[in-house]
Design a protein around this ligand. Structure first.
Ligand code: ZN
Length: 469
């Protein structure tokens, strides 16, 4: 018998290439990595663990991955409720006014929400955050113990968007601010060097952000893509999210947002498009040819009343689509469930097709496909020997998970964060039945309550309707 640190036993959904499910399985963990996975009878004979975790009817899945969020919004999410449009009128003013301490609290809160619901990796779009705010975020992430790929970048383009009723005298336009792209990407590179995108067991990795085609010039995009490729990182771009963005691109470049990105040659496997909600069929074909990635935020589609993208078409044409919570839900069980509902409701019903987006695809989009989106699929996203031990153990003993007849569809349709018992990141048990071990919830709640009134007042000033309580 070989010693190991932890042995997990139960039904194992591996999400390996063959989508293997081991009904009576076990996983051995040593030095933060998965050292063996297979039939429980074989694993217990070969490995002598210091700790065994095997709740009744346990279901063992890869750690879930949230491929797109903005953690600072965790402290202000209620302030945009029932108000549209809200991003530039409420969210941006509030998050821009946040102090480093407030941003750190929001990141700690978001990380805690994610860990407690079985999310082991998150992609944080830190965007144009300053150094002090970014360091506060990174400190919170390190304390929480969640794995994080953070992306940064500041825009280099001034823009004017001609609103509908102003277009008799105005036209959308943009002016690049020379030199800013180069200076900003030098800063990004210092973070790429400090948090290498492909670091083995390092939980924090960096990526490149060109937040939108509105604020970032084509010149910036080209330099940013080159920088990302040189470091093995991804370039993250919000694209085709808003009607106003599409109009801006047509007025300024004569092309829709994703057409424009293809024209300037920054669409490829190294590109992550956030949302792509308003992508046309032509744009989806361009995305497929480029084999780029899409971070699809199913709940956010509803939250901001934008289109539901044709995710199946994207996947069939070669786009790697993964799921993100986008702080509309810091809970990937909710996001997976929402994906099933909104895609079936919009396209499944229209075609009498219950498998428009299968449960197997949805779970892949929250695990291995999300790992691929982040360029981390050699380390996380599935339960396979040699990978990081980022694993979630669900308690399958509650009646809503009885009897197991089709495990993955049942997981997507019926499981919830309430079933999560243990969460391991790099072999460390960061959540157990007592809660998230790395965070003091009483202290965290006190911090959140202390910050909330000031932020609420800023949000209230931007709202059309008053907050309800
Ligand atoms: Zn976003």
């Amino acid at each position: 018998m070989t010693p190991c640190d932890i042995l997990l036993a139960g039904r194992v959904i591996t999400m390996d290439e063959s989508r293997t499910i081991i009904q009576d399985g076990a996983v051995a963990i040593k030095a933060g990595k998965i050292t063996a996975v297979g039939a429980q009878a074989d694993i217990v004979q070969a490995w002598a663990p210091a700790r065994k975790i095997a709740p009744a009817r346990a279901i063992i899945i890869p750690g879930l991955i949230d491929s797109h969020t903005h953690m600072a919004q965790a402290l202000v999410r209620g302030m945009v409720a029932n108000e549209l449009p809200n991003i530039l009128r409420i969210l941006v003013p509030v998050t821009s006014a946040m102090t480093p301490e407030e941003v750190g609290t929001a990141a700690a809160l978001c990380a805690t929400q994610l860990l407690s619901s079985g999310v082991t990796t998150v992609c944080e779009g830190a965007g144009g955050m300053g150094d002090a705010h970014l360091e506060a975020t990174l400190d919170a992430l390190k304390t929480a113990g969640i794995r994080c790929n953070f992306t940064i970048g500041r825009g280099d383009q001034s823009f004017s968007h001609a609103a509908l009723y102003a277009q008799t005298r105005d036209k959308s336009s943009a002016i690049r601010r020379d030199g800013e792209a180069e200076a900003d990407l030098l800063r990004t590179e210092t973070y790429l060097n400090r948090f290498p995108p492909r670091a083995g067991s390092g939980r924090i990795t960096a990526g490149v952000s060109a937040n939108s085609v509105v604020e970032f010039s084509p010149h910036y995009m080209n330099l940013a893509y080159e920088l990302a490729l040189r470091h093995g990182a991804k370039l993250h771009i919000h694209a085709s999210r808003d009607r106003e963005e599409v109009e801006f691109c047509l007025a300024t470049y004569g092309s829709r947002p994703i057409e424009q990105l293809a024209e300037i040659d920054v669409l490829g496997p190294g590109t992550v498009l956030a949302h792509a909600m308003l992508a046309t069929e032509r744009e989806i074909r361009l995305m497929g040819e480029a084999k780029c990635n899409v971070a699809h935020s199913a709940v956010e589609c509803v939250n901001i009343l934008n289109a539901v993208p044709n995710v199946r078409m994207m996947r069939e044409l070669g786009v790697n689509v993964a799921l993100g919570g986008d702080n509309a839900a810091n809970d990937m069980f909710r996001v997976m469930h929402a994906a099933w509902v909104i895609h079936t409701a919009t396209r499944g019903i229209a075609n009498y097709d219950p498998e428009y987006l299968s449960a197997e695809d949805i779970l892949a989009m929250a695990t291995i496909d999300a790992a691929r989106l982040l360029g981390l699929d050699d380390a996380i996203g599935s339960i396979e020997t040699g990978k990081q031990a980022d694993i979630v153990v669900l308690d399958g003993a509650d009646p809503h998970l009885f009897p197991v007849q089709a495990l993955v569809p049942e997981l997507v349709r019926h499981a919830s964060r309430g079933d999560v018992r243990y969460v391991l990141v790099a072999g460390e048990v960061v959540r157990d039945p007592e809660g998230v071990r790395t965070m003091n919830l009483t202290e965290l709640a006190a911090r959140a309550d202390r910050h909330a009134p000031r932020l609420r007042a800023i949000a209230a000033a931007g709202r059309y309707r008053s907050l309800c309580c």
